[in-house]
Design a protein around this ligand. Structure first.
Ligand SMILES: CC(C)(COP(=O)(O)OP(=O)(O)OC[C@H]1O[C@@H](n2cnc3c(N)ncnc32)[C@H](O)[C@@H]1OP(=O)(O)O)[C@@H](O)C(=O)NCCC(=O)NCCS
Length: 176
């Protein structure tokens, strides 16, 4: 049985959260992690929107994500869950939050790049109706791996809404 996910609260992040992000980021991306300054830049950019999932009791940051709003497109820049807190639907909750915020901000599509080998992330995005519409060859400088470019259908369309609402209901969350 899956662990319940109502142990986290999600809120928008600001530059004061960069330190907490840096407690997680290097453990995921090793030598290729973003620097604290990169996050400060992202968290103060008016076209960027970052959100974190916090443990309800301790208020410790467990996961974070962000996107850029670029003419009708919400481009997901990062989504990371602390290695000790995976497979508890926290990544999924953050993705749901991103989709809702992107819709509120007028985005028509969501997009992102993902490593071809990243089965966990692909599984999450495919579950929400993203599909691979492009390939950026040798996109990742650390190992020359290809990136898949994932896109949603128009998020206002019924086909996307139906998938989204079904997944939200499966998690026991209120319809949005
Ligand atoms: C990808 C990541 C964000 C998933 O977060 P998570 O909280 O562990 O995932 P969830 O528990 O919300 O799982 C949601 C869905 O994702 C997929 N998934 C998650 N982990 C998976 C794994 N190890 N293998 C295959 N599918 C996986 C499944 O479809 C899952 O749905 P299910 O539980 O119904 O099978 C997390 O593994 C992570 O932080 N990875 C390192 C950073 C990264 O690769 N980010 C993505 C960059 S594009």
């Amino acid at each position: 049985m899956r662990e319940k996910t109502d142990t986290v609260t999600i809120r928008e992040l600001d530059e004061n959260d960069a330190f907490a992000i840096m407690q997680i980021e290097p453990s995921i991306y090793g030598d290729h992690h973003w620097s604290k300054q990169t996050f400060v830049n992202e968290l103060t950019n008016e076209k960027s929107f970052y959100f974190g999932a916090f443990d309800k009791e301790s208020q410790v940051l467990l996961a974070y994500t962000g996107f850029w709003l670029i003419v009708g497109e919400a481009h997901i820049t990062t989504l990371a869950v602390h290695p000790d807190h995976r497979r508890k639907s926290i990544g999924e909750r953050l993705l749901i939050n991103t989709i809702i915020k992107a819709r509120e901000l007028g985005a028509e599509w969501l997009t992102l790049e993902v490593r071809e080998s990243n089965e966990a992330a692909k599984g999450l995005y495919f579950k929400y109706g993203f599909s691979a519409l492009g390939l950026r060859k040798r996109y990742y400088q650390d190992n020359g791996e290809n990136a898949l470019v994932l896109w949603t259908d128009k998020i206002s369309e019924e086909s996307f809404q139906n998938i989204f609402n079904a997944r939200v209901a499966e998690l026991g969350l209120e319809p949005v």
